[in-house]
Design a protein around this ligand. Structure first.
Ligand code: COA
Length: 378
C-alpha cells in the first residue's frame, strides 16, 4: 500500500536582494531552520532533494544535491531537480514519490536560487532557458515579453482593462505587508501600478514578479504530523506557446489540478486558501480560470471584488505571492508548501480563519510544467 506523506516542519530565508549571502549560505540557513522546526535529527534524513534552476550559470555552483548531503553527518542520497520556475514544486513531488514508495522515511526538500548578483540582462537570458530556444529565444522573446503577448491576447478576447490587471498586484502587495520574509512589504495602490515603468506592453514593472534571492526547506515524512500532503501531481505541455492551441489557457495546470482533485478526493470548493504562481499579474487570472474557479474571461473578478484577502471568498497568496514576496525561481515551489503548512497549523502571519485545506500551484516556463500540491490538516 502507498505510504501517506506528512509535513514535519520547514523554514525559509528572507526573500529579496541578499547581497551578503551566497547560494550556499541561503541553502544552509533554510536547511538548519527546517531541521530545527521539524524536531528530527540530521541523521534521520534518508534523502535530500533540491530544486534549483540557474545555480551553475549564475553562481558557478552545480552538483547541489551532493553539496547539501555533504553538510549532513551521514551523507544521505541526494539529487537536484530542475523544472524552471517549477523546480521547487517538482522537487516536492519527487520527495513524495520517494516517501510513497517506501524508499525513505524522512526527506529534506530544499528550493534555492541566487539571482541578484548578476546583471538583469544575464538573469533574463538565464531564465529564458526555460523557453524553447529554437522558437521563442531566437524570436527575441523574454519571459516578460511572452506574458505581455498573453496579456494582450487576453485583453483583446475578454475586454480586461489595465486597471483590472493592477487589481491583482495590488491584492498581493497588500497581503505581503504582514509577511516578515517578503521582498516588498508595502501596499501599492492600483493607480501607481498602472503608471509604473513599462516593461513589455501592456505589462509594467509592478505586474512582474521581481528578481530575488532566497531559499526554503521542508521535512517530509511518512511519520504522521498535523499536516498531510493529500495530492502531489505534475503535468506538462509544449514548452513553446507557438505549439499550443491557446495563448490564454495552460493545459498543464488544467491536467495537474484535475488529477490532484481526483487523488485527494476533493472538490475545488473544499479549498480554503491557495498559493498561486503569479509570476506576472495576467498569469494569476489564467490560473484561476484553468482550475475552474472562474469562467473563461472572469478570473479577475475575485480581485476586482476584493475577495482574495484572508476573510474573502477565495483567499489567494496570503504570503504576497511571487509578486510581493519575491520569486527566487527554484525556491518558490517549496516556499509555497511552507506557507500552506503555516496556514494549516494556524501560524501564518496573514492567517485565514479555520483553514483546513490548502492548494499550492507552481508553474515552470510558460506553464510547460505545473506542480500541484493539496495539503490538509490531518
Ligand atoms: N516589483 C516591485 N518593485 C520592483 C520590481 C518588482 N517586480 N522589480 C524592481 N522593483 C523595484 C526595485 O527594488 C527598484 O527599487 P529602488 O529603485 O527603490 O531600489 C526599482 O523597482 C527598479 O528596479 P530594477 O531592478 O532596476 O528594475 P529592472 O527594470 O532592472 O527589472 C523587471 C524589472 C520587471 C524587468 C525584472 O524584475 C524582471 O525581469 N522580472 C521578471 C522575472 C522573471 O521573468 N521571472 C520568471 C517568471 S516566469
Amino acid at each position: 500500500m502507498r505510504e501517506q506523506v506528512f509535513v514535519l516542519g520547514g523554514a525559509q530565508t528572507s526573500f529579496g536582494e541578499l547581497w551578503n549571502k551566497s547560494l550556499v549560505d541561503l541553502i544552509d540557513e533554510a536547511v538548519a531552520g527546517a531541521i530545527e522546526s521539524s524536531g528530527i535529527l540530521p541523521t534521520d534524513i534518508d534523502a535530500v532533494v533540491i530544486g534549483n534552476m540557474v545555480g551553475g550559470e549564475l553562481s558557478g555552483q552545480g552538483h547541489l544535491g551532493a553539496l547539501v548531503s555533504g553538510g549532513l553527518p551521514h551523507h544521505p542520497p541526494a539529487l537536484r531537480v530542475e523544472a524552471a520556475c517549477a523546480s521547487g514544486g517538482v522537487a516536492v513531488h519527487t520527495a513524495c514519490a520517494l516517501l510513497e514508495s517506501g524508499k525513505a522515511e524522512n526527506v529534506l526538500v530544499i528550493g534555492a536560487e541566487k539571482l541578484t548578483d548578476a546583471p538583469n540582462d544575464l538573469v533574463t537570458s538565464a531564465i529564458m532557458n526555460a523557453g524553447n530556444s529554437d522558437r521563442d529565444t531566437v524570436a527575441g522573446l523574454t519571459f516578460p515579453g511572452i506574458f505581455g503577448l498573453i496579456a494582450n491576447r487576453y485583453m483583446y478576447d475578454y475586454g480586461l482593462t489595465r486597471d483590472d490587471l493592477s487589481s491583482v498586484s495590488a491584492a498581493h502587495h497588500e497581503a505581503a505587508v504582514k509577511n516578515p520574509y517578503a521582498q516588498f512589504k508595502k501596499s501599492i495602490p492600483r493607480d501607481v501600478i498602472s503608471k509604473s515603468a513599462p516593461v513589455a506592453d501592456p505589462l509594467r514593472l509592478l505586474d512582474c514578479s521581481p528578481i530575488s534571492d532566497g531559499a526554503a526547506a521542508i521535512i517530509l515524512s511518512t511519520n504522521p504530523s498535523d499536516v498531510q500532503i493529500s495530492a502531489s501531481q505534475v503535468a506538462t505541455d509544449h514548452v513553446s506557446l507557438a505549439d499550443r492551441t491557446s495563448m490564454t489557457s495552460f493545459l498543464s495546470t488544467r491536467t495537474a489540478f484535475q488529477n490532484a482533485l481526483k487523488e485527494a478526493g476533493w472538490n475545488r470548493n473544499d479549498i480554503d486558501c491557495m498559493e498561486l504562481h503569479d509570476c506576472f499579474s495576467i498569469a494569476a487570472i489564467l490560473h484561476l480560470e484553468d482550475m475552474g474557479f472562474a469562467e473563461e474571461g472572469q478570473g479577475v473578478r475575485f480581485y476586482k471584488n476584493n475577495q482574495t484577502h484572508a476573510n474573502g471568498e477565495l483567499p489567494i497568496n496570503m504570503s504576497g505571492g511571487l509578486k510581493a514576496c519575491g520569486h527566487p525561481i527554484g525556491a518558490t515551489g517549496v516556499k509555497q508548501i511552507l506557507d500552506c503548512y503555516k496556514q494549516l497549523t494556524n501560524r501564518a502571519p496573514n492567517q485565514v480563519p479555520n483553514c483546513r485545506r490548502a492548494l499550492a500551484h507552481n508553474i515552470g516556463g510558460i506553464g510547460a510544467t505545473c506542480a500541484i500540491h493539496l495539503l490538509e490538516h490531518a
